[in-house]
Design a protein around this ligand. Structure first.
Ligand SMILES: [Zn+2]
Length: 450
């Protein structure tokens, strides 16, 4: 067992006692319950996870050290349950110069994550069980103790939006969700079929909402700034239209839907309406939609080009509010690494995306320090809600929970730079910024992984 003394959790100074493995669990009477929020695909993921992994014994004031227990003083460090990111891109197979499964999971490990869901727009696309198995195999080989990778099945073959991918074999191989992320689905009939099959297979449909006609050829948000820069913009209504469409579908079919990377007030209005009608709908957003507006691309900064695009400051304010009120359920990075040379072109020629796993928590912590969010907001949106919604193990520091947690040192100052990133790619609009706070120790299943 390990006893961590003087940890800071939700503003209190407490002690944390955990077990490190199954042997210690058995002396405390912890038994493994397969219904315990574990998706069937992660029951035996790591040699030191699930059945085998350490558990939380207690988190409260003044815990006396049991005999033979390791005691560590964590004064000044902030305790978090490990984070779950349900939307990342690891570019493996096929584009490993941007990121591969090993470096992506390394960035996740240092960013505080226990589980990540990997989108299907690899090359070839993850639209069959062979690719799914390749991804899982590589993740297990490079990171046997976690963080754990969960492939997301492509909704359609090649993400082309025409024929449905073989979701049954992909569910069997280990996919826990379905998405056409990166390429919006034009055909409402296809969306309907995907939702029906996904639901039957216990996979959640993650919906990339973008009207492909309104968004065609766009490289930023549509408004005064896009007119000034002479760049074709994408209106916020293009996002909100599909949110509304698919919320209605979800209601009609009585099937759950999860809305990907929400960026604007208009979409939030549709989400609010849907939730008020009782539709089984959840939604996610990323730190960049909470910190930056469209002026980040004012100097044609290609590192701020992302899809959906950065919107207006009014949208940023609405997004922050939606995180506070629970309209937005999950925090994600939409980690989308690209090599430096790929972003060194005119704005209309570069790919969309921001590399996010290295910076997400520190950026959110900055919002906590500014009084915008609380640590509770981060824990709710980045651990508990995604854990519940995607049926993944998560830690609430109750007795018997998986011992997945990390310590954040708020005093570490670091510069956002390629050298300081664990990801292969540092394409981020925060490049060059000095940030405060970083993960300094991480445990998964009670085992120290950092
Ligand atoms: Zn994405």
């Amino acid at each position: 067992m390990i006893l961590f003394k003087n940890v800071a959790y939700l503003g209190k100074k407490l002690d944390l006692l955990v077990t490190e493995n199954a042997e210690e669990n058995s002396t405390l009477g912890f038994s493994f319950d397969p219904e315990d929020g574990f998706h069937k695909h992660c029951l035996n993921y790591g040699a030191n996870y699930g059945k085998q992994g350490g558990r939380i014994v207690a988190l409260h004031e003044n815990i006396a050290a049991p005999e033979g227990c390791t005691v560590l003083d964590m004064d000044g460090k902030i305790l978090f349950p490990s984070l779950i990111d349900v939307h990342v891109h690891f570019r493996d197979p096929g584009m490993e110069w941007k990121e591969d499964i090993n470096t992506g999971l390394n960035a996740a490990l240092h960013g505080g994550y226990s589980h990540v869901l990997c989108m299907a727009n690899t090359a070839p696309v993850n639209d069959n069980a062979g690719i799914t198995r390749y991804m899982l195999e590589k993740a297990k080989n490079t990171h046997p103790d976690g963080p754990f990778l969960h492939p997301v099945a492509a909704a359609t073959l090649g993400l082309k939006g025409e024929a449905m991918a073989p979701l049954g074999e992909m569910a069997e191989a280990g996919c826990i969700a379905v998405s056409n992320d990166g390429v919006p689905l034009i055909s409402t009939e296809i969306v309907r079929r995907v939702m029906e099959y996904a639901s039957d297979l216990d996979m959640l449909f993650i919906d990339h909402c973008e009207d492909p006609y309104l968004a065609r050829g766009a490289h930023m948000n549509e408004g005064d700034l896009s007119a000034k820069l002479g760049v074709k913009g994408q209106p916020d209504i293009g996002e909100a239209l599909q949110v509304a469409r698919d919320a209605l579908l979800a209601e009609y079919l009585n099937i759950p839907v999860h809305i990907a990377h929400v960026s604007c007030r208009r979409s939030l209005e549709e989400i609010k309406r849907a939730k008020a009608r009782g539709i089984n709908l959840t939604a996610e957003t990323c730190p960049h939609y909470l910190l930056l507006d469209e002026t980040a691309v004012d100097n044609y900064n290609t590192n701020a080009k992302v899809n959906p695009p950065l919107r207006t400051w009014d949208d940023v304010m609405a997004m922050r509010d939606a995180v506070k009120t629970g309209l937005i359920d999950c925090m994600i990075t939409d980690h989308a690494p690209h090599a430096a040379h790929e972003k060194e072109n005119p704005l209309d020629m570069v790919p969309n995306g921001i590399s996010g796993l290295d910076t997400a928590l520190t950026l959110l912590w900055q919002l906590v320090e500014e009084g915008v969010f609380t640590q509770e907001d981060i824990v709710r949106t980045y651990t508990e809600n995604p854990g519940k919604r995607f049926k993944l193990p998560y830690n609430t520091f109750k007795e018997g929970d998986p011992a997945d947690f990390f310590f954040f040192d708020p005093s570490i100052e670091w510069e956002v730079s390629k050298e300081n990133f664990y990801s292969k790619s540092a394409n981020t609009p925060f490049l060059g910024r000095m940030l405060k706070g970083r993960v300094c120790a991480h445990y998964l299943g009670g085992k120290k992984v950092l």
